[in-house]
Ligand binder design. Structure first.
Ligand code: FEO
Ligand code: CA
Ligand code: CA
Ligand code: CA
Length: 604
């Protein structure tokens, strides 16, 4: 067995090795509240007591913390906008001026010192049974239009009241909805390619909308990247699924679509528009400070089921972007720009339009390689089915297959550690791993997932790296390296705050941890010591995703996605009635703001 497989086998060994604690007892002591310091004489990063698991219809927080509901589904993006109808009776046109559904990645762009700012929020998808008064019954063009309008991005301007610290949404020239009908532009190597042309757009550069906006990332030049993820489910292929081995098959297109959009809009019917789906699955750049700007689909970053996109500066000042592809046995990627960011911006070029896309290979000995996805290299020639670089990018998954990347257990969010530059990313779970493991994915039937760490020696432009497993999630029976009282499953959202706390958000579809059901949650970890503490638990059937803070760390924004999504038109409150608790209402995805009653830094 490899060194890493052995390390993954037990808590004591793993705690000492992964977290660098002198001994397991010290690491365990550090998980107790009031432990004083975090080991190594460093100041303790986590200053709150861990809370227990919960199945309550509420957002649970540690003592001394409070939250407000800021921006639930259907809330107008400006106070003067259309009010939310709790029977889901808002029209498509109203929905296009309100918060979309399924809040996911987001980012706070401070204005005027940080007590106000622009908040960009992704709306990943929709719960159709709750989006319309009568759910999926009597499907119509109006229902398709409302569903399209509930996808995309919101940009809202918010400010904090000095007297009570509460946040509110204000009238703003920046307030904006980007939806599935907003004109966008395709840029980079695949712009205008024949595989991106449709009958409505022979140019192959003018796409209506952005789809399944999962997680996100800010850029150093103050724009917002929104990442298109599970695009396959919106397109109808036909009664038979695509042939095995086809690009459509590799991109997850099935024989049916759970979204009936294609019944009223032919662009979602692949029998009529076989290329429309190629126009989704990209990282899309939105400039929140220019409400008239068109979102740009940056094709140099490759097409896949993107989770988030983390941008840092490389050794030469170029943009380096880390990205996961969230599908069972898919890959982890990195883009390295061709020129310094400042040079590109000076010449009015995007720092994301020219450069090299790499995919990660994790060796058994703990080393790793970034494999370039460049047309003409072995496996990526015309004879291999790639006519040009655009096809390498449009079919990035096929290219990554061809060069021997390491199939992972569903890479979701990544984040870069302040000061060290180490890249952490979640592998949320993979129950389809039934036959073989590798050192980076060491568990068969990986129900609970794990968190990876990549060390590039402080050089984001590097072609090689060292890697390790930061933790194995789950309960003791599954071989987890997390203390049993902090057990969690399916890590998904992941973010280092400015102080170096690692926030972990879960999206568990496996209900049982330690033999008991628990709602999804958010924990904070001190990666130096292994101290890990449950900070928040959400309402039933919600996932916790999306996280951003004010620069002072005293307001933390978190999204509660799809609470109570088993509700039906007859019984919308079947599993949750959060956050309104109206006897005639329905559960709503929402952005919440967490503050400390004493005004302190969140998590500290
Ligand atoms: Fe949108 Fe993979 O989560
Ligand atoms: Ca989701
Ligand atoms: Ca996710
Ligand atoms: Ca997930």
């Amino acid at each position: 067995m490899s060194r890493r497989t052995v390390l993954a086998g037990g808590l004591a060994t793993a705690t000492a090795s992964f977290f660098g604690a002198a001994n397991p007892a010290e690491a365990a002591a550090a998980t107790r509240p009031g432990g004083g310091h975090g080991g190594h004489g460093k100041p303790r990063l986590l200053g709150f007591p861990a809370i227990p698991p919960s199945v309550a219809d509420q957002v649970m927080l540690p003592p001394g913390y409070q939250y407000q509901v800021l921006f639930p589904w259907g809330h107008p993006i400006e106070p003067s906008g259309p009010a939310f109808a709790e029977n889901a009776g808002n029209s498509a046109a109203e929905q296009a001026r309100q918060a979309g559904d399924h809040h996911d990645g987001m980012w706070f762009f401070p204005l005027r010192g940080g007590r106000s700012g622009l908040l960009c929020v992704n709306h990943e998808c929709t719960t159709e049974q709750l989006l319309h008064t009568d759910g999926r019954a009597n499907w119509s063009a109006e229902k398709t239009a409302k569903s399209l309008a509930a996808h995309g991005v919101s940009v809202i301007e918010i400010e904090q009241n000095h007297r009570d610290d509460r946040w509110r949404i204000v009238e703003s020239r920046f307030a904006r909805r980007v939806t599935m009908t907003t004109p966008t532009e395709v840029t980079g190597p695949a712009a205008g390619h024949r595989l991106l042309r449709t009958s409505a757009d022979p140019s192959g550069v003018r796409v209506l909308g952005t789809l399944n906006n999962c997680a996100s990332g800010p850029t150093p030049w103050n724009t917002y990247l929104t990442c298109e993820e599970t695009i396959n489910k919106y397109f109808y292929y036909g009664e038979q699924p695509p042939p095995a081995g086809s690009a459509e098959d590799r991109y997850g297109i099935g024989s049916e679509s759970p979204y009936p959009w294609y019944t009223t809009d032919s662009r979602f019917d692949m029998r009529k528009e076989p290329n429309e789906y190629n126009r989704f699955g990209w990282v899309v750049e939105v400039d929140p400070f220019d409400p008239s700007s068109k979102p740009k689909k940056r094709t140099a970053l490759g097409r896949m089921e993107h989770e988030n996109a983390v941008v840092v500066r490389g050794r030469h000042g170029e943009a380096v972007v880390y990205m996961g592809d969230d599908t069972q046995f898919d890959y982890f990627y990195k883009f390295v720009g061709a020129e310094p960011i400042h040079q590109a911006l000076r010449h009015r070029r995007s720092p994301l339009d020219r450069g090299t896309l790499y995919v990660a290979r994790f060796e058994e000995d703990g080393s790793g390689t970034w494999l370039p996805l460049v047309h003409g290299r072995p496996g990526l020639t015309e004879a291999d089915g790639f006519a040009d670089q655009a096809e390498v990018l449009i079919h990035a998954r096929l290219a990554a297959d061809a060069v021997g990347a390491t199939p992972m257990d569903r890479p979701e969010w990544c984040t870069v550690q302040p000061r060290t530059g180490a890249v952490f990313f979640t592998c949320t779970n993979n129950t389809a791993r039934t036959e073989s493991v590798n050192a980076a994915n060491p568990r068969l039937n990986n129900r609970f997932g794990h968190i990876m760490k990549i060390d590039e020696g402080g050089n984001p432009s590097a072609k090689t790296f060292e890697w390790d497993i930061f933790l194995l999630a789950g309960d003791q029976a599954s071989g987890a390296t997390v203390p049993p009282d902090q057990a969690f499953g399916s890590p998904d959202g992941l973010w280092f705050d400015a102080a170096g706390r690692l926030w972990i958000q879960t999206d568990g579809t496996q209900p049982m941890v330690n033999g008991a059901p628990q709602n999804n949650q958010m924990l904070a970890a001190d990666t130096r010591t292994g101290d890990i503490r449950r900070f928040l638990v959400g309402p039933p059937r919600s996932e916790i995703t999306g996280i951003t803070a004010t620069p002072d760390g005293r307001s933390l924004f978190v999204n509660i996605q799809h609470p109570g999504d088993s509700g039906t038109p007859d019984n919308p409150r079947a599993s949750s009635n959060w956050p309104d608790f109206s006897p005639t209402g329905r559960p709503r995805s929402a952005t919440i703001v967490i503050t400390r009653k004493d005004g302190g830094v969140i998590g500290g």
